[in-house]
Design a protein around this ligand. Structure first.
Ligand code: ATP
Length: 305
């Protein structure tokens, strides 16, 4: 479990994290979202004991990390996959970490196999692609068989195979009862991986809720209807206070009424319905609406002039 209590971190004039509190529970995958510069990495580094908080506390499995006898057995981290000695082999890199922390050498082979890098164990880490470095970083995070894991952008640079591997691995680790907390900007992947989300913007907490709640609370689903009787159906829907938008000569989009109710209404009117599709809110839509006012770095909009 991770507990963040009233965490504030300032770097000179910049307040990177501003009085943030949340708890990350074991048994589920929790995603950490926020625009660039929102304070995600700073929060993760504070949890890992790499930043001293300006105010507030972070606890891992009930204690500050440095008060645990064997921190690597409590918390595994992937915070900077580029942080490697380039001349060292992957195996030597993992063996050095294992030796420093009194972990058995046999664990090195186990995690290399878990991460799918046993074939390249003898290669110098400096020759690794970003994806291979990510896998090596994840192997290192797993060395201590930790109860809690934090991973900053673990799928950055991974090929589709690698992305699916990380998704399955994280779900498996959570199902074993571990605490899994990861940041990512890839919303479609987050929607497939996370059960719970913590969202921050400009250093402040915006949301801390199950993924399903965030999807239903932030925006409404739309129902697209293809019918040659748009006029009759539109009039009946508008009379019931529903928002209707014409999208083509034979198509309308409806917000505020569910598909079965629309189908029943059309049947009563004798309106012919050729297609009826519910478009659920995507995590990307929900995220954009949640963080709308906290985006610091926004590019100029593209125009099609
Ligand atoms: N060591 C540091 N010294 C000074 N400012 C810092 C330092 N680390 C982070 N910051 C600033 O703190 C703010 C939060 O940065 P942080 O890296 O935590 O955001 P983030 O949410 O991880 O962003 P991104 O998605 O771009 O990685 C930014 O304004 C950043 O410039």
């Amino acid at each position: 479990m991770i507990e963040v209590h009233n965490l504030t971190k300032r770097f000179g004039e910049t307040t990177a994290v501003d009085d943030v509190s949340f708890t990350v529970l074991p048994g589920v995958v929790t995603g950490f979202l926020g625009p660039n510069g929102a304070g995600k990495t700073t929060t993760l580094r504070a949890i890992a004991g790499l930043h001293r908080p300006t105010a507030g506390t972070t606890l891992v499995n009930g204690k500050p990390l440095d008060q645990h006898e064997a921190p690597l057995r409590e918390l595994g981290t992937l915070l900077d996959a580029g942080n490697l000695q380039p001349g060292r082999s992957a195996r030597a890199h993992l063996a050095a970490i294992a030796a420093t922390h009194g972990l058995p050498r046999t664990r090195v082979d186990e995690v290399m196999e878990l991460a799918g890098i046993q074939e390249v164990g003898q290669r110098r880490a400096g020759t690794f692609s970003l994806g291979m470095r990510q896998r090596l970083g994840i192997a290192a995070a797993l060395l201590g068989d930790p109860r809690t894991l934090i991973l900053d952008e673990p799928i950055n640079g991974l090929d589709p195979d690698g992305v699916i591997w990380v998704r399955k691995l994280l779900k498996h680790l959570a199902a074993e009862g571990r605490t899994v907390f990861l940041s990512s900007h890839l919303m479609s992947e987050m929607a497939l991986t996370a059960d719970h989300l913590v969202v921050i913007g400009r250093g402040r907490l915006i949301a801390d809720a199950p993924l399903s709640d965030i999807l239903t609370a932030t925006s409404e689903s739309r129902v697209a209807v293809r019918t040659p009787d748009t006029a009759a159906l539109t009039a009946a829907l508008v009379a019931r206070g529903v928002t209707v938008t014409a999208t083509a000569a034979d198509s309308i989009e409806i917000v505020g009424m569910e598909a079965p109710e629309i189908a029943d209404l059309a049947a009563r009117l004798g309106a012919r319905v050729y297609e009826l599709t519910t478009h659920a809110t995507s995590l990307e839509d929900a995220y954009l609406s949640l963080t709308e006012s906290s985006v610091q770095y926004r590019a100029a909009a593209f125009t099609s002039a």
